[in-house]
Write a protein that binds this ligand. Sequence first.
Ligand code: NAD
Length: 601
Amino acid sequence: VILIICVVGTITLLFGFPIETFVLDDPKVLTMCKESGSNRDEIMDCDEHVVCDQHQVITDQWMPCSSALFGKRLGFVPEMNKDDVDIRVKAASSAQKTWKSSSFTQRNDVMRALLSFVLQNQRVLCEISSLDTGKTMVDASLGEIITTLEKIRWLIAEGESALRPEKRSTGPLTGLRSASVEFAPLGVIAAISPWNYPFHNLMNPLCAALYSGNALVLKPSEHSSWSTMIYAQALRQVLQSVGAPPDLLVVVTGGAEAGSCVVRHSLVDKVFFTGSTSVGKAVARLAADRLVPVVLELGGKDPFIVFDDADWTLARLLSARGVFQNSGQNCIGIERILVQESIYHRFIQDAKETIDALRVGGEIGSRILDVGAMTMGKKEVERIESLIQDAVQQGARVVCGGKLDSRSCEIYGGCYFQPTLLVDVDLRMRISQEEVFGPIMCVMKFKTEQDAVSIANTCPFGLGSSVLTADSKRADRVIRSLQCGMSNVNDYAVNYLCQSLPFGGTKMSGSDRFAGIEGLRGCCLMKSITRDRIPHVRFNIPNALRYPTSPNAFEISQYINFIIYQPGIMHKFNAFPHLLRMLIQPNYIPHTTLSTSRKHD
Ligand code: NAD
């Protein structure tokens, strides 16, 4: 027996707790794509109707979902109506009734199962995201997988301490009490998400909701619902495999109407909205009707400021990744590169070299592509082209790219945009103020530090930012002056890999935070609690202040305030005999005025 315990103990220490493996099968359409290899003509439109649970589907409307990678239909998901939403929110609410009292050990078990699921299925999870949204495998791995793994790791390591009751200080009047804040689950959390990272946009609110004892109702974008349904199917099974109710995760598919039914539902306790600024405002208005709290994670226009003493290789590498990751479709993508005058031309030369080498296209599982498809297709491309045109008319130059990549569109079937270098951009141009969300490197010139800050802040958005310089004092001055929620010195977006940090912006980029201690606590009802510090020992309310109050009750209260809060011992000392006398003689009111000036102390 001792030998067995030793062996199991050693294995556990070396490899962690054994967790049931859960292998995600390729969805039918993904298998078809892999089998047909690179011959796109052989891939047929798929008619499969995808649902992720056994709940009744009331609607008879089904939305077609198509692959951004090669333009073929992937299947259909229900366009849910009010009744469908009601069924799902109620299911989540009832699952949460048991989950809310789960222990941290149970929650950590769920996190470990999710971690294991993600690790074992990295390839297929990325392939599904790639097929649906058109991203490359590396973009999927960076945006969908690493971010998710880090979130789960942080929750297992620090989630419990973030949610444990927290002791707070007491004041002179409350010294006999103990004070604490406790974090209770809210109930049902709704997340309304965009299409850019369907797996992470599901896992991010799911992990936070489950860890804090809540259930999640997810309304994914209509442009990434196919992949979300498949992920949710598998995740519900993972939950079940560790004894958690699968209805802790339910998915509502549909467009704006389905989204607003979720926000309006009386059992939804909080809304996490991630998406565009205009829709964010509409969701905030709806949420205000019910006074349901809402976190808004909206658009961005992040500056990347390069000073002339910056590490050149770093500036070159990070600027390219920040602009072209996921074809520029990132909320914290680099939208404006501000380069100091003396290195401006060299920067442009090197950037052109990098961009010329980028390989555009869409292949399932391809290892040789750098820039994928435009998920939203031609309509978005027209908007981006018009932003470039407007800039060019006002003096900007297109050094390379600048339009739809018709050749790639023809070869691969999806919608592809040429990686673009647009230089000499200035503040008069729309492109310096509006979110692009595409593979466009916009370069602006600045002279001084003040210039850089002023250009960066002349923008309606304030999400993330980067400052590249060898001078740490200058870096500190700049980041403290930037109007935004997140800054990285000599790095890009790396704050999101520190999951202990809150994520969010200011101005038109939204309000409140997800992630980090703040985001996790944001999934909770924060309760302020006081208790007896020592049982049965407490301050008594003076007789004079009890009902019916004595004639000098106001003066007693006034003197108590004075004695406690007036700095300087002499004033307190002088006032004290009057207070004592008032407590004894209900009709006694002192004629002296209370002096509060320190000068006379
Ligand atoms: P979007 O605003 O068009 O849609 C977001 C979600 O809202 C979708 O699920 C959509 O169906 C739903 N929706 C639309 N109208 C609604 C309504 N009236 N009521 C309720 N729900 C409604 O955004 P998108 O095009 O999917 O995503 C791109 C945007 O998301 C970009 O602006 C990007 O910057 C932003 N984004 C922000 C973050 C962040 O964390 N700050 C992260 C990713 C994306």
